[in-house]
Write a protein that binds this ligand. Structure first.
Ligand code: DGY
Length: 329
């Protein structure tokens, strides 16, 4: 029997790569940069399964080019805004993602960004390296306290709650906003209070974003909402870049509307090297590394492989984002 044909859109950790190579006739995209659109469409032609990354757009054109034999799209990420899920569902193609395994690693990074922006760590490091450190200074690089402050979490799913767990250790008051209010047990466990978004923005010293990117959350944080935040506030984004209106954020940081921002995600990615945000000392930007621990990336790879292999075998994916494909009889 011929082995299923699959395309893997980048080199992933061996925990996922090895089982796929053992079971499939696999082509792996080995460059550091993702395939161009033309290269991607060419590579997936005739495949039974595709393992995509958040840099690969999966839409009707993609599905047409892959062909009617395509049985699964396995996305190596918990987010799947790069995939037109309804288009896959219409064709009966299950889409897999990697939920759960990156929750704590992402929350670690969100908290690290929050602390780094508050205590001005990148600025301090640049200051030392530029030979500007002449003496201990009473007014040098002052920032807000993290302990005892108020944290507003926008999007109170797995990662938002994991951030709340960290914040509890710092004695923070936790506010949250979500489209769905959490169970009372969850609110009690984290001492978290549900508030409308505008109230959260007005009361929080730190605002951390943990929403999916959807038409409703695109530019959720815009000029008006930035103006409603405290002038001492820090904004942290580890969700998706377009959740923040980046031009408005630049103006708010430049004009002291808010104190600082720390971004793991930008719009677009990578951020342009001449983006005005990068001229600001009060904006910290890292290259979408929230899930980038060795252990977590290995677990993500294993999950993505399990979804891919189940899909090409015609079995139910362990973690489908469109389980309704299995309800069509
Ligand atoms: C995701 O999984 O959606 C992250 O953004 C990358 O790990």
């Amino acid at each position: 029997m011929s082995r299923p044909r699959v395309f893997i859109a980048r080199v992933i950790p061996a925990d996922g790569l090895d089982p796929v190579l053992q079971a499939c006739d696999a082509r792996v995209w080995e460059d550091e940069l993702p395939p161009s659109r033309t290269e991607l469409l060419r590579a997936i032609e005739g495949c039974d399964g595709v393992l995509t990354l958040l840099t690969d757009r999966v839409d009707d054109e993609f599905l047409d080019r892959a062909g009617p034999q395509l049985r699964v799209v396995s996305n190596y990420a918990v987010g799947f805004d790069n995939v037109d899920v309804p288009a896959c569902t219409r064709r009966g193609i299950p889409v897999g993602n990697t939920p759960g395994v990156l929750t704590d690693t992402t929350a670690d990074l969100a908290f690290a960004l929050l602390m780094a922006a508050a205590r001005r760590l990148p600025e301090g490091d640049r200051y030392v390296r530029a030979s500007r450190w002449k003496t201990w200074g009473p007014m040098l690089l002052l920032g807000p306290d993290v302990h005892g402050s108020t944290l507003g979490i926008v999007g109170f799913g797995r990662i938002g709650q994991a951030l709340a767990r960290r914040a509890m250790g710092f004695g923070m008051t936790i506010l949250y906003h979500d489209v769905m209010r959490a169970d009372t047990a969850v609110e009690t466990a984290y001492g978290a209070t549900f508030v409308p978004l505008d109230e959260l923005l007005a009361r929080s010293d730190f605002v951390s974003l943990h929403v999916n990117l959807t038409p409703e959350t695109r530019h959720l944080i815009n000029a008006e909402r930035l103006r409603s935040m405290k002038s001492t506030a820090v904004l942290v984004n580890t969700s998706r870049g377009p959740v923040v209106d980046q031009r408005a954020l630049y103006e708010a940081l430049r004009d002291g509307v808010i104190f600082a921002a720390a971004l793991d995600v930008t719009d677009p990615e990578p951020i342009a090297t001449d983006d005005p945000l990068l001229t600001l000392d009060n904006c910290l930007v890292v290259p979408h590394i929230a899930s980038a621990s060795r252990a977590t990336r290995g677990k993500m790879a294993a999950m993505a492989a399990a979804n891919l292999l189940a899909g090409v075998r015609g079995e139910r994916l362990p973690t489908p984002v469109n389980p309704e494909v299995y309800e069509r009889g």
